[in-house]
Structures are given as C-alpha cells and as structure tokens.
Design a protein around this ligand. Sequence first.
Ligand code: 13P
Length: 252
Amino acid sequence: MREWIVAGNWKMHNTVAESIALAKAIKEGSTAIKNGEVIVAPTFTALFSVGEAIKGSKVLLAAQDMYYEDKGAFTGEISPGMLKDVGCTYVIIGHSERRKYFHEQNNDVNLKVKKALFAGLKPIMCVGETDEEREKGVTQDVVGRQIKEGLNGVEKIEDVVIAYEPVWAIGTGKVATPAQAQEVHAFIRGILKNLYGGSTADDVRILYGGSVTKDNIGDLIAMADIDGALVGGASLKADGFLGIINNISGKK
Ligand code: 13P
C-alpha cells in the first residue's frame, strides 16, 4: 500500500527565521496525523535550522537540488553528503525551474538521481511537459523520455518518488484537471511496470504538482495513481499547507 506524501517546495523564499517559524507551525499542525509523509524543502541556507526545528516530529527535510559529486572544486554546489549532514531524507531533483533556468538535461537528472540513491537520500524526481508540448500532443513522448532517461541505470526504484508537474500548471493557478493528471500518472506507472515489474511499480509514489491548494487537492487525490502533492505557493503559509495535508490524510 502506498503512503501519501505532501511535500512543500519553498523555492527561493524565506529567511532563516521565517523558515523556522513556518516549519514549527507545520510541525505543530501535523502532530495528530498518523499516516503519510510530510516533507518540507527550504532553501539551502535554512536547511540546518529547519532540520533542528522539526527534529522528533513527523515532518521530514528535503533539499531542492544537489550536485552529483562528493566534494571538490565545484563552486556554489552542494553534495549529497552535505545534505545528509544537515538531516535531509529527501532531495528534489530535476525540477522544471532547474531545467528551464539552469539548463538541466535528463542526463544531469539521471546522474543526480543515481548519486542521491547511492548516498542514501530519496530523490523526488520531477517531470512534466510545457504548454507548447501539450498543445502539440507530445506530452507522453516528453514525460516518457524524462522518466526513462532520468531512471537510466537505476536498479532499485523503491526509494524514488516521482513528481508529475506540468510546467503550464506551476505557479499559474491553472491546475490540471484530475482526469488530465491521472492520465499522465497512469502512463508513468505503466512505464515503471515495464521497467521494474508490476508489484514494484505499484509501490512507487507519484505526486502531482502545479497550483495545488487545499481546495483542489480532494479531487486530485481521489484519482487512483495520484499519491500526494508537491506544493509550491500554497506551502508558504502554514494554514494552506496544513489544509492540503488535512484534505489528504485519511483519504489514501
Ligand atoms: P505551485 O504550487 O506554486 O504551482 O508550484 C508547484 C511546484 O513547482 C512545486 O515544486
């Protein structure tokens, strides 16, 4: 049985003090929740303090990116060992903003996913098509390639989480319909079944991301292959984020 995940990607927001305050509010608001996983992904500068603030709680720590080398002359980069050192369990990899603004390719994503797993971090690997690609009818080609190339050489999928985030739905308020999202989630699970076998693929969590709020999560989570959400804007306020968690908890 797959356990749901609600992950907050705070992107480039919040000072250390603001991050700690938000983390504490999420920690307090999720004490009564028994199942599922709650994850927060602050900026690098706030990881350590947020890790301390959520210690002993249900909330787990994620980074928003990492590099695929252990150490060395890579100015500005962060290694998986450094993320583990500050208490990260998860790391987001291949977010569409990394792909768009920092030119990450499927091959970079693949190197990072493999390195994260090797280092004992659980990657949340992001995939998703642009508006233009959806209009051209190539959503499955694009997402299929992102999944296959991103997971190339990954033998064990158990610790990998996939996030389907259609680029046109991120930060736009234009959420995918539950049917649109389910169609792509089922397509992704189908690829995983081919690659890893049915029962293994059935255990992989596939999250939806893109304009998720407490008001639309209920219909999304009702879909068979949607196992949770990767949330941007609505994760920046404790009320909104906890509202999403409360609307999932107990439903999956
Ligand atoms: P929004 O929820 O702001 O659309 O962002 C989604 C996202 O990119 C999460 O990684």
